[in-house]
Write a new protein. Sequence first.
Length: 102
Amino acid sequence: MASKSINFSSITSKLLGFKQRILKYTKLIFIVVLLGMYSFLVFNINSLINSEPSDEAVAEKLQTAQRPKIDKQAVIKLQELQDNSTNVQALFKEARDNPFQE
């Protein structure tokens, strides 16, 4: 096989010609790349929105959530105080009749 000599000047001239052809389409290339990135983000956001947690993850979160415990004696005491006070009864009645009034 005959060895070809590498001519750097011809390579650089071809690269410059390629560069000038690409520079014509820089705006188009930029818009296509930007639209590609945007569509990729929209697709990923859509897939994350539609994903649901597994049943095991839900059960684990429910087990870690502590439910507040209300003392029965405190509830009884509050009900007794409400029954005994006429001002409190009037206040509760007024709040039931018009809950949006301040």
